[in-house]
Design a protein around this ligand. Structure first.
Ligand code: ATP
Ligand code: MG
Ligand code: MG
Ligand code: MG
Length: 436
């Protein structure tokens, strides 16, 4: 993409309303624009990253055998009356009335809707287990939307739902998601900590929040330093049989949110206990018959008897993840994207506007990288080099190729790694190999 043809409305000044780095940087880098409190337009650069994060979440759901569908954002209030949550949900739910006075709502989550779909089509134990997900916009009328996409009102969530015959089978579905979550966060360059979460009035111990450590996180969390030092995926199970022992191992590390942490009952030595702020980037939950019973989602067993399905739900905050990634990966100059989600892999800058040799070389490199299937952003604007450098550092592409008349005389261009800051003068061939 040529920057002159792109739409990248970067800001030079720090927006006054942004309190944390990720919010500030997303606004400054021209990724998002606020339309109303907690409601954003995804500008082209932001949308590219959102799509990449979404793709990784999707690939890992698919790998875990979860099947994608797409449910609408607007739901009928009647379904929520069946589960009893229409009144319970309170003011966070955005309620809508249509022209026929029918009560609708903008979905904050989809347990009721999918339970309704599944009870319509799934009648026999032979059709289970069934694991489905969608990636769809949600609306929650948060009291205090803040920190940009971190706590929006409209936000993108991946939510999956499992339907099983019994608790033992539901636990397998749960474990598959548990592993899929760790894989997803690792691919995003994040160290997520699974923490036991409250299961509320349903009880049981099958609920985990996945927390990313960041100074600006909204909750205080405690964990075992050993977890932070290891590469979880090294230990990933190779077979279905190993899955339960993997989950037992991974959940064996001490990890607790402030509400659950008892300083007098910490099972690890004090020097291994790490205390930090955390961001919730995912939450998985086994809740048995909570919805299937009141909504009459039952299946017929081999002996002809019927029983409610056992269900679980599994959420990832897709749009929140962009904020979390930036909180974990930025510096004074701007964002530092992990390669897996970078909006473009390489940025090309010419230092001297109007220099024909530089323009020709930039064009040549741009074409060569594009031909290799690499996403390139070529800053061909008629701007001072300083402006281009600042913008490229701000938007955080992993690699920069800098072309200037002096280098060209020596037959070299400069290649800069955004993360390490290392700069090398290389021939074009070597530069292409370095960033490819
Ligand atoms: P929080 O505690 O932050 O309010 P939650 O526990 O209410 O989140 P869940 O119902 O568990 O959220 O939803 C699944 C995931 O959706 C969360 O783990 C989080 O990553 C994301 N999420 C929830 N609320 C928001 C929001 N207002 N803006 C962006 N992402 C959100
Ligand atoms: Mg909430
Ligand atoms: Mg929460
Ligand atoms: Mg939660």
């Amino acid at each position: 993409m040529r920057l002159s043809q792109f739409f990248l409305p970067t800001l030079k000044e720090n927006p006054a309303e942004a309190q944390i780095a990720s919010h500030r940087l997303m606004l400054r880098a021209g990724m998002i624009r606020q339309q109303s409190a907690g409601i954003y337009t995804w500008l082209p650069l932001g949308l590219r990253v959102l799509r990449k994060v979404e793709a990784i979440v999707r690939e890992e759901q698919n790998r875990a055998g979860v099947v994608e569908l797409l449910m609408p954002t607007i739901q009928s209030a009647d379904l929520w009356r069946e589960s009893g949550r229409y009144d319970d949900y309170g003011k966070e739910m955005l309620r809508i009335t249509d022209r026929h006075e029918r009560e609708l709502l903008y979905g904050p989550t989809n347990e009721e809707m999918l339970t309704d779909i599944v009870r319509t089509f799934v009648k026999s134990y032979k059709q289970l287990p069934l694991n489905l997900y969608h990636i769809q916009w949600k609306f929650r009328d948060e009291v205090r939307p803040r920190f940009g996409v971190m706590r929006g009102r409209e936000f993108l969530m991946k939510d999956a739902y499992s339907f099983d015959l019994d608790e033992a089978s539901a636990r397998v579905s749960y474990n598959k998601q548990f592993l899929a979550y760790l894989r997803t966060y690792a691919r995003l360059g994040l160290k997520a900590i699974p923490m036991k979460a409250d299961t509320g009035p349903i009880g049981g111990d099958l609920s985990h929040e996945f927390i990313i450590l960041a100074e600006t996180g909204e909750s205080q969390v405690f964990c075992d330093k050993d977890w932070l030092d290891l590469d979880v995926l090294d230990k990933a199970p190779k077979s279905a049989e190993e899955l339960q022992s993997f989950v037992d191992w991974a959940t064996g590390f001490y990890a607790a949110t402030e509400e659950k942490h008892d300083p007098n009952a910490v099972p690890i030595p004090a020097d291994r206990l790490h205390s930090a702020r955390g961001i919730e980037v995912g939450h998985i939950f086994y809740f048995g018959e909570k919805y299937s019973k009141p909504m009459n989602a039952t299946i017929t067993l081999a002996d002809g008897s019927t029983t409610p399905m056992h269900m679980g739900s599994y959420g990832v905050g897709v749009s929140r993840l962009l904020g979390a990634i930036i909180e974990a990966s930025h510096d004074e100059a701007g964002i530092i994207w992990p390669e897996a989600v970078a909006p473009y892999h390489v940025g090309i800058i010419t230092m001297k506007a109007g220099d024909a040799a530089s323009d020709a070389k930039a064009q040549e490199i741009y074409a060569a990288l594009t031909a290799k299937g690499i996403d390139v952003l070529y800053d061909d604007r008629d701007e001072r080099a300083g402006v281009k450098f600042a913008d490229l550092d701000l938007i955080g592409l992993p690699w920069q190729i800098i072309i200037g008349p002096r280098g060209l005389e020596k037959g070299v261009v400069e290649v800069k790694n955004r993360r390490t800051g290392q700069r090398d003068e290389l021939s074009v061939t070597d530069a292409l190999a370095r960033v490819g």
